[in-house]
Write a protein of this length. Structure first.
Lengths: 288, 113, 172
């Protein structure tokens, strides 16, 4: 019930509620183990934590006629009290629980000193319940979460073990640097060599090109020479050459002007013609 | 001191004032009902005398649906012959769901004389 | 005569002009304080069944007492009246007469000095109705008890039983 009411407290007492950078939560019962408590044991160690509300409840046990006062308070580390609520039960009946909610304007955890419930007069209290609601920045849950968080440098220094020797590093004396320098020198030498070789190659190349050019020039001159020579050659004599030949007369002359058909071969011819026709037709009747 | 719990029925003002309306012989007043009960969807308005006997009145809605987290303003018109007896204006939750929280709430404001 | 009158007139004018007359304007600052009463359900009640013929909201009987919270923003402006259930609002068919008893008590207050005596000062209107004068601004929690006994100690038929507490906040 108290946890539920404390959560409700968070919803009610917050002003300028923002979802973007803050987490909101509430503590457990601060008075669970006694009527005094240290806030360091109650509030989590989140960076930038601020308390915005307190909920408390208890049941006084007293006789109506008795004087009885109950004070719920938190000391302010800067002096005085963060809050101090006095419930005066003098002349009142006991046995009725009291529930109170107090709101604050996001007070940082540094000012929250010890809390307590004090009684004065005749009576006791039961079921004391004190819950604090708070918020903290999500990115600075601990100082190490982000370099921009407060206390980041100190937190980093704390991580360094005390017995560690602090060698001040001189980059100029780094042996790796010497190696690097030697390497750089070597590379520079290499580059110079390379440049030199490149120059020589260039020269050779240039020279090679010139020779090729010369050769090319000679070849061109030769071609021209050949063309000139060709022009002077008389080709026409070769085209116009005639060969002495003659005409070969036919020596075998047939006396008859016509040749009669051979009657005996008619049957053979017809047979062969028919057979020939059959063969020709057979290629078209293949599928039948 | 508000705790903002899940189920609440609220009505204001505590002492509504009857004023002359634009109609002759008719008085008017306003009450505001806020519904923060998820289990209640309707509220009924009534006007009563000092013994909680009903008094005739006119309103645009006598039974009105008010959604969760919404409020409604009721304009209540009373004939002047009844207005001197009218003592309370009440809003009462109308429970329709048998699974509701088991609380029937009624808030009565007292007409300022 | 005329000279004297004139002199008086001049003196009168000088006197009037000599005294500084301040023209003051009263600017009223008004406020209309409107109170309100808020009735909330803190805890829903449930019936336990310690015996077949008995339904009870007591924790020892397996039930849960409903708790109502009343907030008032104007002191001495409201009283609250609670009516415990005297019948079921919904139940299976019942053949016997059911006997109800109920009560309301203050469970918690938000102001020790001004609210501690609410319970001792309450008015029991009848067996079912309790009335409290809300003399202080703030919140008061009320717990309600309800017991239903079936007639003849016969078992309740199976089914769902529902009853309501009525809370009325009445302006004084």
């Amino acid at each position: 019930m108290s946890k539920k009411l404390a959560r409700i407290l968070v919803l009610v007492c917050l002003a300028g509620y923002s979802y973007s950078n803050y987490f909101y939560n509430s503590t457990n019962n601060a008075a669970a183990n006694g009527l005094t408590w240290t806030m360091d044991n109650i509030l989590p160690e989140y960076n930038g934590l601020a308390v915005n509300g307190v909920y408390y409840s208890y049941t006084p046990q007293k006789v109506k006629e008795d004087d009885f006062k109950v004070t719920v308070q938190n000391i302010n580390t800067n002096g005085g009290y963060v809050f101090r609520e006095v419930d005066d039960w003098s002349g009142k009946s006991g046995g009725v629980e009291i529930r109170k909610v107090l709101g604050f304007e996001y007070l940082p955890r540094e000012i929250w000193g010890d809390g307590s419930i004090q009684t004065e007069g005749t009576g006791t209290i039961q079921n004391a319940n004190v819950v604090y609601s708070y918020r903290y920045e999500d990115k600075c849950k601990t100082p190490l979460d982000d370099p921009t968080c407060a206390g980041y440098s100190d937190a980093v220094l704390e991580l360094i073990p005390e017995q560690a020797e602090l060698d001040i590093y001189n980059a100029l004396e780094d042996e790796n640097l010497e190696k690097e320098e030697a390497k750089a020198e070597y590379e520079e030498e290499e580059k110079k060599e390379q440049k030199k070789e490149d120059k020589e190659e260039d020269l050779e190349y240039a020279l090679a090109i010139n020779e090729e050019v010369l050769e090319f020039g000679n070849a061109a001159a030769q071609n021209q020479l050949l063309a000139a020579m060709n022009l002077s050659v008389q080709i026409g004599n070769y085209y116009n050459k005639t060969i002495d030949g003659g005409t070969y007369e036919e020596k075998v002359v047939l006396q008859d002007s016509e040749l009669p058909d051979n009657g005996q071969s008619m049957l053979f011819n017809l047979g062969s013609d028919y057979r020939h026709k059959e063969l020709v037709d057979s290629q078209y009747n293949r599928g039948e | 001191m508000a705790f903002g719990v899940a189920n609440a029925h609220q009505m204001s003002p505590t002492y509504p004032v009857l004023e002359d309306s634009y109609l002759e012989g008719i008085s008017v007043t306003k009450v505001k009902v806020f519904n923060k009960r998820e289990d209640v969807k309707y509220y009924e308005i009534g006007v009563f005398d000092k013994d909680f006997k009903p008094i005739p009145f006119v309103a645009q809605y006598k039974l009105r649906g008010i959604d969760f987290n919404e409020y409604a303003i009721f304009d209540i018109y009373l004939n002047n012959k009844y207005s001197k007896d009218a003592t309370y204006i009440c809003s009462e939750s109308m429970l329709t769901d048998i699974e509701s929280t088991g609380l029937n709430s009624k808030i009565c404001s007292k007409i300022k004389k | 005569m005329i000279k004297e009158l004139a002199l008086i007139g001049v003196v009168g004018i000088v006197s009037f002009g000599g005294s500084k007359s301040a023209f003051a304007l009263d600017v009223p600052i008004t406020a209309q304080v409107t109170g309100s009463c808020i009735i909330s359900t803190e805890t829903q009640g449930t019936y336990g069944q310690p015996y077949a013929y008995k339904l009870s909201t007591a924790a020892s009987d397996g039930g849960q007492q409903p708790v109502t919270r009343v907030d008032v923003t104007l002191a001495n402006a409201y009283k609250v009246k609670f009516t415990a259930p005297d019948s079921f609002s919904s139940a299976p068919q019942l053949n016997d007469v059911v006997t109800f008893t109920g009560d309301t008590e203050v469970q918690a207050v938000s102001d020790a000095t001004n609210m501690a005596d609410y319970e001792t000062d309450k008015v029991e209107v009848n067996d079912y109705v309790d009335e409290y004068g809300l003399t202080a601004t703030g919140s008061t929690w009320f717990k309600h008890s309800s017991v239903a006994n079936n007639g003849g100690d016969r078992a309740f038929p199976s089914g769902t039983y529902t009853s309501y507490v009525t809370a009325e906040c009445i302006a004084l």
